[in-house]
Design a protein around this ligand. Sequence first.
Ligand SMILES: Nc1ncnc2c1ncn2[C@@H]1O[C@H](COP(=O)(O)OP(=O)(O)OP(=O)(O)O)[C@@H](O)[C@H]1O
Length: 373
Amino acid sequence: MRLLSLEVANYRNIAAAQLEPGRELTVICGNNGQGKTNLLEAIWLLTGGKSFRGGKDAELVRRGETFAVLEAVTQRTRQEDQEPDDPARVRITVGTPDAQRPGRYASVNGAPSKRAAGLAGSFPAVVFDPGHLSLVKGAPEGRRRFLDAALCQLYPGYLATYRRYVRALQQKNALLRHSAGGTERPWAEKCALLEVLNVELAAQGEVIQKRRREYLALLGPLACANYAELSHGAERMAVHYAAQFEPGGLSALLKQRQNEELRAGQSLCGIHREDVELLLDDQPAKVFASQGQQRSVVLSLKMAEAAAAARITGEHPVLLLDDVLSELDEGRKQYLLTRMKEKQTFVTSCDDTAFLKTDGEVYRMNGGVLSRA
Ligand SMILES: Nc1ncnc2c1ncn2[C@@H]1O[C@H](COP(=O)(O)OP(=O)(O)OP(=O)(O)O)[C@@H](O)[C@H]1O
């Protein structure tokens, strides 16, 4: 995948900007709060996804304006050894252009515009944002989300399976909450309903766990190899799926814990209680990793996410790396700089010294104004 050009108007603090990215590395340098991440976020919107910073659409439009426009030319290379597709012109509007309903709309090659979510899958990208450091230190939910988000991009049916699981889980939790003290339904009826919901949870949960295990079997070794190179062998990273059941065992587990769940008034087992263990030299990274080591673990995972996507789909995603070099020692910085030159990568930094000798395109962002450095 490649971004050939991008024009931005009225996006966050950027009134107007034009970017002509490098084939491989494009650097956006500048002081804090100048709009570097805003530009990266604008590129990310080409994926059809929500802002990686959780920004609502209204927050993306420049204050005082009614809508923002992004015009991009993108080009897919679906298989490494094949000719790329013809370039596509993508236009995204955010906000309230003309008499349209407010929201985010996209049009490709001049076709009538549709909801921007319809772009999903057409611009594969992987983003690293300092918020992703919570992948190491944060709750298991964030690590599950990391796996599930990647699987949603890679396998079109995964989202539907996941939604069916979540719907059944919500119904089960509602039932269990009432069963803990309430008496509005006869006990036998509650148990019968619970069994029906458990059948659905077991069916969808098995599929989800299978996909997660398969994905981690590919991603884990790639991430660990990245970490070994990034740290020059200083520490050894390991990744394990912390499962609650062996394949085929969810139905039995749900039956076994049914009474416990009725007493607790909440669901206690299933794929929504599983986790990904991240270890450094056999110790949990969550507890023992330093700031630089945490950053190295997340970066290794993110680069592995891109490589895994390339192996599964044949197409290498664009890498968007926000403030990636801080807290890393010189060796780790140099390794990353080398990796950034392999595929199209956009990187922001407050410190341009690391990039002065780069053969990529270097831009400077100052108060929302983008210029060549
Ligand atoms: N809708 C908006 N309209 C105008 N300005 C905005 C809007 N949303 C955010 N900003 C401004 O954008 C700036 C932040 O830009 P950004 O997050 O891209 O900074 P950055 O260059 O990445 O900084 P850092 O290096 O600190 O991460 C802030 O000054 C903020 O006020």
